[in-house]
Every structure is written in structure tokens, then in C-alpha cells.
Design a binder for this molecule. Structure first.
Ligand code: GLC
Length: 650
């Protein structure tokens, strides 16, 4: 229900004045006076926005006030359970709220089992992470899941029980604090759009329990599912048509956006919001500092729409954000919305997600490599990079998912390409159906009706390292390694937090053996989810090996970022370099300025020196990446796939 600001302010004040004494009576005695004071200060500060969002979502529900009180009680209970060390972190972060904007922030992500074995073994790998300069680590889902198919952990059966393959809850807590002591922030997922069909709630629903059936979206016949599907795109096309799965036991159609065993939660039910906020704060209390909000676009559904990115999805996250600000302010949110760039940016604000994946940049880096043309990239960045003050992009090249061409049609058209043809070309280019392509990838969720597909494959295979090695072509190999370092160089120097997909730093190739495993067959994303090759990692200091060349190149880039304050914060100023193969941007912060140039072509390119000077460059500049001075009187030549990080000579 929507009300004006004044009404909301009034009623939020009244609601709090009624509810607060009840909360205080129940909980105050459980902690000391000063702690309670600090907590209630935050509660008072963030309650108005919590109330506003909850009222918008659930104001119509007959027992709204009951739920409001339960939500406050759960929030307080979870805060009381928060370990002292994390409460201390809360206090620290409140004085340094933009901690994640530091130029020292470098993220990495991995599967615990594939990277290390289990949570305990992972502790032994901290030195490796530190060697790379990693300051935030995203562990792929580690909670209980169904045996066999579980969407790589994204079908969660319990948000609190660590899957025994990975260890125990104690192992997780120990790992989190050890990481923190080493200056590495832990990131875990809140998979909150759906649970697995083996979650306790789903099992109760399957037993016919009405209360739990309302935790999900279920329909007795095809009438509503058919009506919804009229305006909804399919997400996992290869797995099942439409968005619903029939369960004979209860004779109902269950909403399943992703795999058939992933049941979408029903956020129209305030009890679901309440239960999930407890799960969220449970994660916070394990020491999570960056919470990855999975599949945010799908949280709310409405007939006659595509049921993606609806306003209510934002309100849910904003309400969660208010709860986290009250009970776990050390934790920030990262949104995972792999949708149209205009929609991606709507999730980004200090009151919603402070961090967001940048799927547009990811897609356009691959686009620019395939076309050797940076115009779409440049255009899109100039128009869409800016996000609210305090927020940052998480920039990545590869992750555990496929590559979808999540850029805007308008941007492609502005450069004169046809968006559909362009996407089709890119897919073909990367899945080996385009003559002369350097890439080795595979289609993901290919739609035989339209030929549309997304792309799977590791960065090394997609940049041409795999093919060059196979062809035994030294020259092609050099170019491929340069491509690999070029796109990583862009994400490391551009505004935001770079996120590495562990394995890429040692140029891991596609794993074609994945389809021997019945739990993985058919999901090509396993191509780029191999077991981490520690033998290969031993070569990282060997400058002659491929792994070593990529590793040392990345290390140098990370160190460069680490040591230059120009890379702090998120602002980036994109410039027209006057050459359609060369991408360029400025990074600046106070007195520190660098100018980054990236040649996306396999031939040397020239830039007019006059033009560079017009942008504030001097004749002689220092290339911080190459570690040498360069002089450009008439022209500046930039080598194939070269990245330059130029700074004024002091
Ligand atoms: C996210 C995950 C992806 C998973 C999906 C469903 O997009 O990144 O791996 O398949 O959510 O949970």
C-alpha cells in the first residue's frame, strides 16, 4: 500500500513508540546498558525506512502489526546472538562506512571443495590468497543441499547447516575469523529467491501443511501458471519449459524459475520475509561482511508482467538493508542482477545494495575482444557507469555462471549494429561456430527455437589460450595471454572492486570431463568449474610457463592498484581516445591521477599525441604497468592488446 511521506513518518513514529517498550521489556535485560543504547539508537534511526518498506509490502495484510512486531523481535534476537568480535567490527565500520571503496579491495571467488577440499583446508590456502592481494573472498554456497543435482549449491535445503562435505558450523566460524584477521572479508550468498524442494519448509508443504504451502507459490491447476507465462521469458529453457513444475504428491504446480527442484519463495507472505531475515542475520553472525544477494530480479511476481525487477523486489531488499543496518551494520549487500543495465542499476543505492555485479562491463569486455572495437563499451560506460555516491561496482571478467549478453540494445544501436545479430554473432564467436575465432566455449541454455544461447568457458579458453596451445602457435599464445591480461587489467584499474574467479590467475583451461558426472551433465557451466589445479599453481613464479605469465601479470596489476590512491573509490572518467580500438579512462582521487589506455586490437594502434595532451597528458609520461617512461611527441603507439597505466612523471 502506498502512502505519502508525512503519513508514513507519523505512523512509523507511532508504531515505534508502541512497539519499542514491548521489545525493550523482552530483551533489554539480556545485554548491558551501553550495548542496548547503541543498538536502540540504530533501531530508531533505521526504523522509519523499515516501516515504510514493510508497510508498502504488507500494509494490506490483516495481521500486519503482528508481523511488524515479530520482525523487530527477530532482528533484536539475532543481534543479541551476534558474537562480540563482530559487534566490535560493527562499531569500527560505523566510523568507516565506505571501507569497501579502498583501492586495496580485491575480490576472489571459489568453490570450497574445488579450490581447497573443505573449510579447514581452505585455511591453509590463505597464504595463496594473500600472495595475490585478495581482501574479499566469496565462497560459493556451502550449506546443505540435495545430493546430486543442486545447481552448484544454489538449491539450499538448510540455511544454517553447513554441508558435511565442507565441514561444520564451527569450521565456518573459525575460517571467517581467520580470514578477517588476515584482512580478508568473507562473502557468502543469501539464496533467498528459492529453497530446494528438500528444505524443511518445502517438505512440510509436500506433506500437505497449508501454512508451509503458503511459503511458496503453488497453484491447483494451469489457469494462473498459463496466465503468468504469457508475459514471462523462460530462464532455464533447456531444463523445463515455462516457470512451473507439477508435483503429483500435492497435485499442485509449484513456481520454479530455475531448476525444477528450486522452489520460489512467496514474499507476499510476511512470514517468509521474517524467516528469511533470520537466515540473513544468521549469515551475518557467522562473520559475513559482504552478502551476495542471489537472483534479486525474481523476488516478486505479478500477472501481466515479466515478473522480473518489480518494485516490490526492491522494497524487499531495502527492508532487508534496514534490518542489517540495525543488527549487523558491518555487513554490506552485493546485488546479483544479471539483467538489462537500466534494471541492474536500480538495485544500487546505500539503502539497497551498496555493491553490485557489473554484468554489462563483463559482457562488453568480451564483446570488445570479439569485435576489436571499443565503441559500444565506451558508449555504454560513458552513459551508464555512474552510480550513487558511496556505492561501487564489482567488476569481473568471469564467474561461475555463463556469459549472457546483458548490455542495452540502445547502446549497440547507437554504434550502428543490430542488437539481435550482434548477440548472435558474439555467441557464435565464443562457442566455436565462427570461423577464425580464437575462443573455445560452449553454449549454455541454448534455445533451439531461436538459436539464442549464453556462453560457458574459462577466461583462458575464451581468450584463446586453449586454442593457441593446441595449435602449438607461439604467436597466437602471446596474443591470447595479452588478451587475458588486458581484460583483467581493465577490471583492476577501473572504478569499483575487481573480482577474480580463482583459477583464472593461473590460466585454467576448460574442463571437458565434467559431463562424466551425472550431477553435472547437461549444465555446461561446469566446463569452467574445474577442480583447482595446485600443480599448475606451482608454476606461478615460472615466467616461462603460461600460468606464470598470467599470474605475474595479474599480480603486477593488483600491486599497482594497491599502491596508488588514484584507484580508491569508484569514479571513472571515460574519454574518447580518437581510435576505435583503444579504450581509455581516467582515475583520480585528490592529487592522484592515472590515465588508462587499453588496445583491444591485435595490431599496434596509434593515438594522436596532441589529443592526449589536450586531455592533460604530458609529452613524457610514466607507464606504471610497464614500469618505464614513454615519450609521445607526434603519436603514441600502443602495442597489440597492450594496457598502459600512465601517470605524470613526478
Ligand atoms: C544465480 C547463481 C546461479 C544460479 C541461480 C539460481 O544466478 O549465480 O549459479 O543458477 O542464481 O540460484
Amino acid at each position: 500500500m502506498l502512502r505519502n511521506k508525512e503519513w508514513l513518518d507519523d505512523h512509523s513514529r507511532t508504531a515505534l513508540s508502541r512497539l519499542f517498550p514491548r521489545i525493550e521489556a523482552r530483551f533489554k535485560a539480556q545485554t548491558d546498558a551501553a550495548e542496548w543504547e547503541a543498538y536502540t539508537l540504530r533501531l530508531r534511526r533505521h526504523f522509519p525506512r523499515l516501516f515504510e518498506r514493510l508497510y508498502a509490502l504488507y500494509g494490506d495484510v490483516y495481521d500486519f502489526y503482528y508481523h511488524l512486531e515479530s520482525i523487530l523481535a527477530s532482528t533484536t534476537e539475532m543481534w543479541l546472538a551476534r558474537p562480540a568480535e563482530l559487534k566490535a567490527l560493527d562499531a569500527m565500520r560505523e566510523t568507516d562506512p565506505y571501507w569497501y571503496q579502498s583501492n586495496r579491495m580485491v575480490g576472489a571467488m571459489c568453490y570450497v571443495d574445488l579450490f581447497a577440499g573443505n573449510l579447514q583446508d581452505l585455511r591453509q590456502k590463505i597464504p595463496y590468497l594473500k600472495e595475490l592481494g585478495i581482501t574479499y573472498l566469496h565462497l560459493m554456497p556451502i550449506f546443505k543441499v540435495p545430493a546430486g543435482d543442486n545447481d552448484g549449491g544454489y538449491a539450499v535445503s538448510s540455511y544454517r547447516e553447513v554441508d558435511s562435505r565442507f565441514g561444520t558450523a564451527e569450521d565456518l566460524a573459525e575460517l571467517a575469523s581467520e580470514l578477517r584477521h588476515h584482512g580478508i572479508s568473507l562473502t557468502l550468498d543469501l539464496v533467498f529467491n528459492h529453497t530446494s524442494d528438500e528444505h524443511e519448509w518445502a517438505e512440510k508443504a509436500l506433506q500437505g501443511n497449508k501454512e508451509y504451502q503458503e511459503y511458496y507459490r503453488m497453484f491447483p491447476d494451469r489457469e494462473l501458471p498459463d496466465a503468468f507465462e504469457k508475459s514471462m521469458p523462460e530462464v532455464f529453457t533447456e531444463d523445463h519449459p515455462g516457470a512451473f513444475t507439477y508435483r503429483t504428491r500435492i497435485k499442485k504446480w509449484v513456481w520454479t524459475t530455475f531448476y525444477t527442484y528450486q522452489w520460489d519463495l512467496n514474499y507476499e507472505n510476511p512470514a517468509v520475509f521474517n524467516r528469511m531475515l533470520e537466515e540473513m542475520l544468521f549469515l551475518a553472525n557467522q562473520g559475513v561482511e559482504i552478502l551476495r544477494l542471489d537472483a534479486v530480479a525474481f523476488l516478486w511476481k505479478r500477472l501481466g508482467t515479466n515478473s522480473q525487477n518489480l518494485p516490490e523486489a526492491h522494497w524487499i531488499i531495502q527492508a532487508f538493508n534496514a534490518v542489517a543496518s540495525i543488527a549487523a551494520p558491518a555487513m554490506v549487500f552485493k546485488s546479483e542482477a544479471i539483467v538489462h543495465p537500466d534494471e541492474v542499476s536500480k538495485y544500487i543505492s546505500m539503502e539497497e545494495c551498496q555493491l553490485s555485479y557489473n554484468p554489462q562491463l563483463m559482457a562488453l569486455l568480451w564483446e570488445a575482444l570479439a569485435t576489436r572495437d571499443v565503441r559500444v563499451l565506451q558508449y555504454a560506460m560513458r552513459h551508464r557507469y555512474a552510480i550513487p555516491e558511496g556505492c561501487v561496482w564489482v567488476n569481473y571478467v568471469r564467474c561461475h555462471d555463463d556469459i549472457g549478453w546483458a548490455f542495452a540494445n540502445d547502446d549497440v544501436q547507437a554504434i550502428g549494429f543490430n542488437p539481435d545479430e550482434h548477440r548472435r554473432f558474439l555467441t557464435k564467436y565464443y562457442i566455436g561456430r565462427y570461423e577464425g575465432s580464437f575462443a573455445r566455449g560452449a553454449p549454455f541454455q541454448e534455445d533451439p527455437r531461436t538459436g539464442d544461447a549464453r556462453v560457458s568457458g574459462t577466461a583462458a579458453s575464451l581468450t584463446g589460450i586453449e586454442k593457441a596451445l593446441e595449435d602449438n602457435n607461439e604467436e597466437a599464445l602471446n596474443l591470447a595471454i595479452c588478451r587475458m591480461l588486458l581484460i583483467h587489467g581493465v577490471i583492476i584499474t577501473m572504478g569499483g572492486i575487481p573480482l577474480l574467479y580463482l583459477g583464472d590467475e593461473i590460466a585454467t583451461l576448460n574442463d571437458y570431463a565434467y559431463d562424466k558426472d551425472p550431477a553435472k551433465i547437461g549444465d555446461t557451466r561446469w566446463l569452467h568449474r574445474p577442480k583447482f589445479d595446485w600443480k599448475r599453481a606451482e608454476l606461478r613464479r615460472d615466467a616461462k610457463s603460461v600460468a606464470g605469465r598470467v599470474f605475474t601479470g595479474l599480480l603486477r596489476l593488483i600491486q599497482l592498484r594497491d599502491q596508488n590512491l588514484a584507484f580508491a573509490r569508484g569514479e571513472t572518467e571515460f574519454v574518447e581516445t580518437g581510435n576505435q580500438h583503444v579504450f581509455g579512462f581516467f582515475r583520480s582521487n585528490d592529487q592522484n591521477v592515472v590515465f588508462v589506455l587499453a588496445n583491444f586490437n591485435e595490431h599496434p594502434q596509434c593515438l594522436e599525441a596532441r589529443r592526449l595532451r589536450q586531455m592533460g597528458m604530458r609529452k613524457t609520461m610514466m607507464d606504471l604497468y610497464a614500469g618505464k617512461a614513454i615519450t609521445a611527441t607526434q603519436e603514441l603507439t600502443i602495442e597489440p592488446y597492450q594496457l598502459m597505466v600512465l601517470a605524470r612523471v613526478a
